[in-house]
Design a protein around this ligand. Structure first.
Ligand SMILES: Cc1ncc(COP(=O)(O)O)c(C=O)c1O
Length: 388
């Protein structure tokens, strides 16, 4: 097999981070698009959360509440978002539901997104049809890529929301977000960008992308585990909406316990609902900090070199490549298919070569900043061995 493209990874400084992820020594972890590897420090961060609870009783909240802002600030750095524009929610579905509850569909009923959408997001918006929304799912005939012109053509003066993915989850195709956001702004619609498959692996600048809202979680490339989802709201929009999905943490003065109606906070906290999942924020801290410290631009360079190497293997073995070949359109995963791929994937996982399989597109693998080029060689050798 050819050496790594350009020999770029022969002397890879990012491998210095590997010992901070001891679980990597017990497997070949090529599944960071689905579950990032746990940092060793997460154990200490969770112990800190526990100790606060065990030693300080109710006054633990004096530390726990500021952790919401600290987690949001870590995300703001990764998203190049202005201070005070991000808040934490449990997951993308919740963030979408909070945003959906902001809209009134009487004048503008249309909600536009791609047919390759991650299903959870579609479930939230389809449920809005009960409140008068008209969902327009734009077909993606090749099952792999999204035609930005087709999305733009579906956005008109009756469109309120365009909740699209930055990187398509099944095929790692990077959408032309700027083009779609420009069209949406032209007609007064709001792009809500699901960045789950880009945050931590592709440099993000939510302001430059021109979107109204962005959301994601920490489970994947951020190595932060479940429960630490996040929502970015463009600062000038923060006080423009009053989410129906709400709660006392969205109140201007939660501890005044006013009744019966909500008085919304005028900060991004107005998009919080009830008590946030504090333990998840401690759990996500090490991952967020490590990604912030390395810098996503360096992670992206390495990811492109490693995914190019994986594509070379896919070609050599004669598999069908279902993720983009072109670097500018390629997210963090390489997706490939062959007859019997689902069974081979199951066996790979049993042998602790972690990857996943998605119907219609095949096996997905995603190296990350802590991956070694040789791990890809071991992985494809294992695929070959299983196939016989
Ligand atoms: C693009 C994308 N959106 C959303 C999700 C998950 O949504 P939630 O955070 O609601 O579980 C995933 C994967 O789990 C995803 O890949």
């Amino acid at each position: 097999m050819a050496s790594l493209p350009g020999g770029a990874l022969a002397d890879d400084p990012l491998l210095a981070w590997r010992p901070r992820f001891p679980a990597l020594e017990r497997c070949v972890h090529l599944i960071s698009h689905s579950l990032g590897c746990v940092p060793a420090r997460t154990e200490e961060d969770l112990a800190e959360y526990y100790d606060l609870w065990a030693t300080r009783s109710i006054t633990a909240w004096d530390e726990w509440i500021p952790e919401i802002g600290r987690a949001a600030a870590r995300l703001e750095r990764i998203l190049s978002a202005p201070a005070g524009s991000v808040t934490m929610l449990q997951n993308v579905s919740t963030a979408m539901a909070v945003l959906a509850s902001c809209f009134d569909y009487r004048e503008r009923p249309r909600v536009v997104y791609e047919s390759l959408m991650f299903p959870t997001v579609s479930y939230v918006w389809k449920a809005e049809e009960r409140r008068g929304a008209e969902v327009v799912v734009v077909p993606c005939p090749d099952g792999k890529t999204v035609d930005a012109d087709a999305i733009c053509a579906a956005i008109d003066e009756r469109t309120i929301a365009v909740p699209i993915q930055h990187v398509v989850f099944g095929t790692a195709f990077i959408q032309d977000v700027k083009k779609i956001a420009a069209r949406a702004r032209e007609v007064g619609a709001h792009v809500i960008l699901d960045c789950y498959q880009s945050v931590g692996i592709i440099p993000l600048d939510v302001v430059d992308l021109g979107v109204s809202f962005a959301c994601g979680g920490s489970v994947k490339y951020l190595c932060g585990g479940p429960g630490a989802g996040w929502l970015y709201v463009r600062p000038d929009l923060i006080d423009q909406f009053e989410p129906r999905v709400t709660g006392w943490f969205a109140n201007a003065h939660p501890f005044a316990f006013t009744m019966p109606a909500q008085t919304y906070a005028d900060t991004v906290w107005r998009y919080l609902a009830g008590t946030p999942a504090i333990a998840a924020l401690y759990q996500a801290r090490a991952g967020h900090e490590i990604i912030g410290e390395i810098g996503v631009a360096r992670i992206r360079d390495k990811s492109l070199a490693l995914t190019a190497h994986a594509i070379a293997w896919v070609d050599e073995l004669g598999f069908t490549l279902n993720s983009p070949r072109e670097a500018a359109r390629r997210g963090g995963s390489v997706v490939f298919d062959f007859v019997g791929a689902a069974d081979v994937c199951r066996e790979l996982n049993r042998r602790r070569f972690f990857c996943d399989h998605r119907p219609g597109v095949g096996i997905r693998i995603a190296p990350h900043f802590y991956s070694k080029g040789e791990e890809l060689d071991l992985f494809f050798a294992e695929v070959k061995a299983i196939r016989g």
